[in-house]
Design a protein around this ligand. Structure first.
Ligand code: UP5
Ligand code: MG
Length: 193
């Protein structure tokens, strides 16, 4: 591998805050490859891999899959993409995820440029998830409550960690999709400049 610079932007925020929706918009406008850790894990379940059952059980319980598993899937997707600009959506979700990623990334010359933080109330996120209707096994009220708890206890501290490094760009994610994207666009116009 040559010394090409790889740019990674973490897209974080609670369940249903609009990470996936906004990543689709960013891809269309700014040439990034969107890697949703949750989508990669769900594809792994479907593929019938040996980890599939473990992943399925953890998602049903709203728990966080060990970094080793998720990072392997991310690395594979990065290599297959041929791109050098990535949105990593929904990862890292806890301290273990973050520390593992950072130790690998140092060797690969990958710098997490900024962290987009989609900030949204639980009330609004719950409403969105219950209305989504895409057959996700974790979009039931019981699992949604567990996801919120894990988010508050384990994922928010990761966002705070990057906040202390001055990397977080907070976005009011409770607004309509197009209004949120206007805010996102302004941030990317600076990143790419
Ligand atoms: N919607 C979006 N934006 C809106 C807006 N501004 N106004 C009104 N409606 C809006 O959006 C959710 C719904 O809201 C959609 O119907 C959309 O149209 C509407 P979406 O863009 O899908 O939100 P997103 O933040 O992507 O929600 P998602 O449910 O995907 O977030 P999660 O973080 O919960 O899910 P993820 O797939 O990342 O993870 C699922 C599980 O996988 C985790 O709980 C965990 O068990 C596991 N996981 C790991 O273990 N490790 C990982 O690294 C990643 C996941
Ligand atoms: Mg998503």
């Amino acid at each position: 591998e040559s010394g090409k610079k790889v740019t990674v932007i973490f897209v974080l925020g609670g369940p249903g805050s609009g990470k996936g929706t906004q990543c689709t918009n960013i891809v269309q406008n700014f040439g990034y490859t969107h890697l949703s850790a949750g989508d990669l894990l769900r594809a792994e379940i479907k593929s019938g891999s040996e980890n599939g059952t473990m992943i399925q059980n953890m998602i049903k319980e709203g728990k966080i899959v060990p970094a080793e598993v998720t990072i392997k899937l991310l690395q594979k997707a990065i290599q297959e993409s041929g791109n050098e600009k990535f949105l990593i959506d929904g990862f890292p979700r806890n301290e273990e995820n973050r520390a593992s990623f950072e130790s690998i990334v140092r060797l690969l010359r990958i710098v997490p440029e900024i962290v987009l933080f989609f900030d949204c109330s639980e009330e609004e996120m719950e409403k969105r998830l219950l209305n989504r209707n895409q057959g996700r096994e974790d979009d039931n009220i019981e699992t949604i409550r567990k996801r919120f708890k894990v988010y508050m206890e384990s994922s928010l501290p990761v966002i705070q960690y990057y906040g202390n490094l001055g990397k977080v760009r907070r976005i009011d994610a409770a607004k309509p999709i197009d209004v949120v994207f206007e805010e996102v666009k302004a941030i990317f116009e600076k990143v790419d400049a």
